[in-house]
Design a protein around this ligand. Structure first.
Ligand SMILES: [Zn+2]
Length: 423
């Protein structure tokens, strides 16, 4: 279902002139008055908030995670009595990030979440089960958006560290839609497959928060006969988009959020690639302008078969999903491909780097069910192009560690932990 066709199916040029440019201008004028950070940025770049909005965007520098923390104090003062909610996340730099939200934010963001969830075509009779570990707050918010769409049967199902045992009763809820994060899906997949492999009631799986490995996705679709959708967003930006039933990328909602690319690469007439930077036009208390969220994406401006004209993105990589060894860059996905070389195998993987006797050490943490494949995995890793040299010259030592599912207790597993002295 397309909830707001007047925006989602509008001619893109007309949308830019009628909606996007006025919204950008009003954002610039507002933030120039209200935020010392933005005033400083505008003044330094020699631009006025009332200048042509696309020119303003072209001249303003990209905003980093460090810049984001400079908004906090102004946002707190601005929120004052309108403060409705504060979201706190650990933040990748080790310093907690805070986002202040007003009731206007809550309503605007709920509307956009409704548009994204409407695109998943969940029926009013469906039972939607949120499967996760720990704090259910994000799901309460998804449940609100679903309820606003008339889907009332939503259940939060908390998983304990004994996965198999706590998952067993999930099937008794007869879910039609399962809503979860990819790392949890990978850890619980064997049990899920056992439970739902021959069950036709489960129709859809919706994931968010992390990237889902493309081969794992195909495997789930084939084995469970389900349709898979993703919700896309971030703490600082809230919802940004979602997949439609054409399953050819994530629609972004550019009447809400404007996208710039860092050093865009032209792929063809309608497609570009680069790191995404977002401008949130509908965020009230803590808006961002050209904010680098850390995703490298591919964007396609051609019209989708679902009828929406809004561009579609595919997330290619996270900028922080890598590490370097003596200047050579390695990516998490390359290791994942080497370890899980067959389509039929999948599961979690974590890379832990440390320094041992002045040398780098890489420990790859894997599920214990792969223990009998240890030699194959080692061989496959030793044949990774760039790694081979570093291993042979003993610049780095490699170790595999096999752990039970319960090894990870938090909701999201960090892909890479870098504990080296010199990074
Ligand atoms: Zn579409």
């Amino acid at each position: 279902m397309i909830l707001d066709p007047q925006f989602e199916c509008e001619d893109q040029q007309r949308l830019l002139e009628k909606i996007i440019k006025p919204r950008l201008s009003s954002l610039f004028m507002r933030v120039y008055d209200q935020f010392s950070y933005y005033k400083w940025r505008f003044d330094e770049a020699g631009i006025r908030p009332e200048d042509d909005p696309l020119e303003v965007l072209a001249k303003l520098p990209f905003m980093t995670k460090r810049d984001y923390s400079m908004l906090e104090e102004d946002s707190m003062i601005l929120a004052d009595k309108r403060l409705f909610h504060v979201e706190t996340t650990s933040g990748s730099t080790g310093r907690p990030k805070r986002r202040f939200q007003s009731m206007t934010d809550e309503i605007n963001e709920l509307r956009l979440a409704m548009r994204v969830l409407a695109g998943f075509d969940i029926s009013k009779d469906d039972v939607v089960v949120f499967m996760d570990v720990g704090n259910p707050s994000i799901y309460i918010w998804f449940a609100k958006a679903l309820e606003a769409l008339g889907i009332k049967n939503t259940i939060y199902y908390g998983i304990q560290s004994d996965f198999n045992l706590s998952l067993r009763k999930l099937i008794k809820l007869n879910p039609n839609v399962l809503f979860t994060v990819p790392s949890l899906l990978a850890r619980s997949y064997d049990t899920i497959k056992e439970m739902f492999g021959n069950n036709n009631d489960l129709k859809k799986i919706i994931y968010f928060g992390e990237k889902l490995d493309e081969r794992f996705r195909k495997r789930i679709e084939n084995e469970l006969k389900v349709e898979i959708f993703t919700h896309y967003g971030g703490t600082e930006t809230s919802t940004l988009g979602g997949e439609c039933s054409a399953h050819d990328g994530i629609h972004i909602y550019n009447d809400y959020n404007f996208l710039n690319l860092v050093e865009p690469k032209i792929i063809n007439e309608t497609t570009q690639e680069g790191e995404s930077a977002w401008t949130t036009m509908q965020i009230d208390i803590q808006p961002v302008i050209k904010y680098r969220m850390g995703d490298v994406i591919c964007i396609d401006y051609s019209k989708c078969v679902c009828g929406r004209t809004s561009p579609r993105i595919k997330v290619i990589a996270r900028t922080d999903d890598g590490f370097s060894i003596y200047g050579e860059k390695f990516y998490y996905d390359t290791f994942l491909d080497a370890v899980y070389s067959k389509l039929t195998e999948t599961g979690f993987m974590q890379l832990v780097l440390s320094t041992e006797q002045k040398h780098d050490k890489l420990v790859i943490i894997l599920p214990e069910k792969l223990k009998n494949k240890e030699n194959d995995i080692m061989e496959s890793l030793y044949h990774m192009n760039e790694l081979e040299f570093f291993l042979e010259e003993k610049f780095i030592t490699l170790e595999l560690k096999f752990v039970p599912n319960s090894h990870f207790t938090s909701r999201k597993i960090p892909c890479i932990i870098d504990n080296r002295n010199y990074q």
